[in-house]
Design a binder for this molecule. Structure first.
Ligand code: 2AM
Ligand code: CA
Ligand code: CA
Ligand code: CA
Length: 280
């Protein structure tokens, strides 16, 4: 247990400040971004706002905690190999900030109002602070390890649905259309008919925050990265929910295929994915 502050500075306060500052700036740029670059495919976008948000967060963290390490999406070459390598390189750090400067860039680019800033702090590989901020709804989700999770100061609890049949579940459509998309389409075909309904809104981190807040009963997605999941996983765990990989193995920072839920429906969701050969 590393504690939540050094030298009187609260890790959580800095994380919140970073997410709020970046989110406010992103909000002013909605519909006004000037650059749009394609990373590896037309499904994989980045704007100057992604890069500006990451650099704002990185600088703010460095002024408070110059000795801490930093892993942000826009500092890593695209593709799963480079992401896994960057996480492995960073994992020896005592304190590691894991940042997605805009989760839901495609939505941001199109003006579809569902995206967020995701900031997590790991101490020796274990996430101890997670913050997700939705600048459109001005919703701030905050979790501290062992201390619960809150949305705008109100304690969060996962939902209580007891079966997939009563559950609203979310997933994602992976950008990797060669491998991950066909796998997940099998999962969707298997899971959707078993649920009340399915949502695919385009931000893994915000979907995870919604599971924590009890607005979704579960979420799964294939082919994600540490920065998509680190903050959201702690939000869910601290709200009484469960986070594993899509095969039901425990969540850790290297997990790419995630299953998250209120806990009660978890085994049913994982089983449905396994039966459809859709766990990735
Ligand atoms: P992003 O907006 O930060 O890129 C949507 O299904 C989810 O997938 C989002 O969380 C999105 O994060 C992520 N995503 C988008 N493109 C991706 C890619 N090429 N590889 C992995 N994840 C991606
Ligand atoms: Ca991206
Ligand atoms: Ca992301
Ligand atoms: Ca991103």
């Amino acid at each position: 247990q590393g504690g939540y502050a050094v030298g009187g500075k609260s890790f959580t306060a800095v994380a919140i400040n970073c997410a709020a500052k970046a989110g406010e700036w992103i909000r002013t740029k909605l519909g006004k971004h000037s650059s749009l670059d394609i990373k590896q495919s037309p499904h994989d976008l980045v704007t100057e706002v992604d890069k500006g948000s990451e650099s704002l967060i990185r600088k703010l963290i460095a002024t408070h905690f110059p000795q801490h390490s930093f892993l942000g999406e826009e500092g890593v070459e695209p593709g799963p190999e480079a992401s896994a390598q960057a996480l492995a390189d960073a994992s020896s750090a005592e304190y590691l900030w894991i940042v997605d400067p805009i989760d839901g860039t495609t939505n941001f680019v199109h003006g579809f109002p569902f995206f967020c800033v995701s900031i997590a702090l790991a101490y020796r590989g274990e996430v101890i602070v997670g913050v997700v901020y939705d600048p459109i709804k001005d919703e701030l989700f905050v979790a501290e390890k062992g201390k619960g999770a809150y949305v705008h100061g109100k304690r969060m609890e996962v939902s209580r649905e007891e079966s997939l049949r009563e559950s609203l579940i979310a997933t994602g459509l992976p950008a990797d259309h060669l491998y991950a998309l066909p796998v997940n389409l099998k999962g969707i075909a298997a899971v959707a008919p078993q649920t009340r309904n399915l949502r695919i809104a385009g931000s893994a981190a915000l979907h995870m925050a919604y599971v924590a807040a009890g607005r979704l009963s579960g979420f799964w997605e294939i082919g994600l990265n540490s920065w998509d999941l680190a903050a959201g996983a702690l939000l869910i765990q601290e709200s009484g929910g469960r986070v594993t990989d899509t095969k039901g193995e425990p969540y850790h920072l290297g997990v790419r295929n995630v299953a998250a839920s209120n806990g009660i429906i978890h085994d049913g969701l994982v089983r449905a994915l396994a039966e459809a050969d859709a766990a990735g």
